[in-house]
Design a protein around this ligand. Structure first.
Ligand SMILES: Cc1cc2nc3c(=O)[nH]c(=O)nc-3n(C[C@H](O)[C@H](O)[C@H](O)COP(=O)(O)OP(=O)(O)OC[C@H]3O[C@@H](n4cnc5c(N)ncnc54)[C@H](O)[C@@H]3O)c2cc1C
Length: 492
């Protein structure tokens, strides 16, 4: 057995009879289906990367005396230095997909690391559920599981409370016995669920008393009886070729409705049971929400580095790079990428020791979240503005180069300031794939919403900012003068 999980092992683990549906068909094997196989291979390559002898120490750690090492995403940092070492491993993974795989396995590992750091919160609410969670964390870490999560209810009718939606729409507990609970209904949007081993089901949105049926959390394998994955359109499947769609053909991590058709979940997989407040506490009273969103910011640092490189090459390709206004735009893009990277360092450095563990700074995470969900579409828009028609004035596909009648025309008309025609077409197709294609557009939606709509993330920022400290500054100024002083001074 290898020292840690490998790509081949991960691929084998996905051939488990899971029920995935796309284009009206049931998928027999996600690892070979044209809608998913390249993304699955990209996920597998993460494990091959960590298993390479020269990377093992850097990318993995020994958990609890085990001989099998696990990805550092599962490591619970005990101090700042371990936090930095862990982050470097997460950066290396994100670089393999240029930041385009939002739900690489380290996302959920981070969420669970944070929740596990707050085990006392689970214990306070329900010791039996706390034990189930702690055991599951050990199992998931030891197995280096690829987990995803569905923690949001289907959008349904937003003018109604969750408990008032159509019966059996929102996933809820419909039964329980000595073996466990039975879950019926749907959750959105299980990103990466087609290539994950298991799914954490939970409830991040506020519930109110009386909605206890909806107030549960559990983890189940993707092939559990009754679970169906209803995939969105596959961008991988609609990719023309790797030359035409180098990003979407390989890194379309997929999103899906997860439907629970009376899924029986054993008690040792149930972490919250009919407890509205514990659903909130699982994420917000533990460092769980901090850790999952800190991981997202780490990944975004990589994606923005990629995008600013793309922006610069674009201006070189069309010969605008030396125009002062264009350089200013590039300078602003670079500043934004630099800001996001600085925020990542700040989140870590301004963290604190909480008991045994180092916990990144909560408000700094939310600051970064609020700023970046607004920033990402602006960055994409700036890149599009710099491009003009460059992304569109392109051959229909690589095949046009094979037609002798039009090939010389293509080579003439695709001349560039800096690139040979073939290289220019190659680059601009990659750029459009990343920022403007249906895949690129989904990414804009992802960065705007994966952590909640703006009113939600801004609410977290409001709730967690150090208002008292900042108010003291203001109060000091206001208490340094008053009206009477001014009136007195005026008399003299
Ligand atoms: C690409 C993608 C991948 C995702 N992957 C996952 C995943 O893997 N797992 C998971 O659990 N979730 C996932 N999500 C879901 C994501 O967490 C939600 O989209 C997000 O929390 C917002 O919820 P919503 O979609 O219901 O939008 P809503 O909350 O309905 O918000 C939509 C808009 O409606 C308006 N609005 C709604 N309610 C209010 C209000 N009370 N006050 C003011 N304005 C309001 C705002 O304009 C808001 O922007 C994913 C989403 C996307 C887009």
């Amino acid at each position: 057995m290898a020292v840690c999980k490998t790509g081949a092992e991960h691929i084998r683990s996905l051939q488990d009879g899971r029920k995935v549906f796309i284009d009206g068909q049931s998928v027999a094997d996600v690892t070979t289906h044209p809608a998913f196989r390249n993304s699955v291979a990209s996920a597998a390559s993460l494990y091959d990367f960590q298993a390479a002898p020269e990377q093992i120490e850097f990318m993995t750690f020994a958990f609890d005396g085990s001989n099998r090492r696990a990805n550092r995403g599962w490591q619970m940092p005990r101090n700042y230095a371990e936090t930095v070492a862990r982050r470097k491993a997460l950066i290396a993974w994100a670089e393999l997909s240029y930041g385009f795989m939002g739900r690489s396995p380290d996302h959920l590992a981070s969420a669970l690391v944070g929740q596990r750091m707050g085990l006392d919160v689970f214990v306070k609410y329900n010791p039996a559920r706390a034990k189930a969670f702690a055991d599951y964390f050990d199992f998931a870490t030891r197995s280096d599981l690829f987990l995803t999560y569905v923690i949001i209810n289907p959008q349904a009718d937003r003018s109604k409370d969750w408990g008032e939606q159509e019966p059996d729409l929102v996933a809820r507990v419909v039964d329980e016995d000595s073996g466990g609970i039975t879950v019926r209904g749907a959750k959105m949007l299980g990103t990466s669920s087609i290539m994950a081993n298991e799914v954490l089901v939970a409830n991040l949105q506020p519930l109110k008393p009386g909605e206890e049926d909806l107030a549960f959390s559990c983890a189940v394998p993707m092939n559990i009886k009754g679970l169906r994955v209803l995939s969105r359109k596959s961008y991988e499947n609609s990719a023309v070729s790797v030359y035409d769609n180098p990003v979407s053909s390989r890194f379309d991590e997929n999103d899906a409705i997860i439907h629970f058709g009376d899924v029986k979940v054993p008690w040792d997989r149930v972490f919250v049971h009919r407890d509205v407040d514990m659903c909130r506490a699982q994420f917000h009273d533990t460092p769980g929400h901090i850790y999952q969103n800190y991981q997202s910011q780490i990944r975004l640092v990589v994606k923005l580095k990629f995008l600013v490189a793309l922006a610069r090459k674009l201006t070189e390709a069309i010969g605008t790079v030396n125009m002062p206004q264009v350089r200013e735009q590039l300078g602003r893009l670079a500043a934004n990428a630099g800001m996001v990277e600085s925020m990542m360092y700040g989140i870590e450095a301004a963290g604190s020791q909480q008991g045994e563990w180092w916990v990144p700074n909560k408000h700094h995470v939310y600051s970064a979240q609020v700023i970046t969900q607004d920033l990402y579409p602006k960055i994409i828009n700036t890149i599009r503005e710099l491009a003009g028609g460059a992304f569109i004035m392109l051959p229909s596909s690589f095949r046009d180069f094979g037609n002798p009648e039009i090939e010389p025309i293509i080579r003439k008309t695709q001349r560039s300031a800096a690139l040979a025609p073939e290289a220019k077409v190659k680059f601009l197709k990659a750029a459009w794939d990343a920022v403007g294609s249906e895949f690129g557009s989904r990414h804009t939606q992802y960065e705007m919403f994966y952590a909640g709509a703006q009113f939600v993330t801004a609410g977290h920022s409001f709730r967690t900012y150090g208002w008292d400290g900042s108010a003291k500054l203001l109060d000091r100024l206001l208490s340094s003068f008053d009206l009477a002083d001014s009136l007195n001074n005026a008399k003299h």
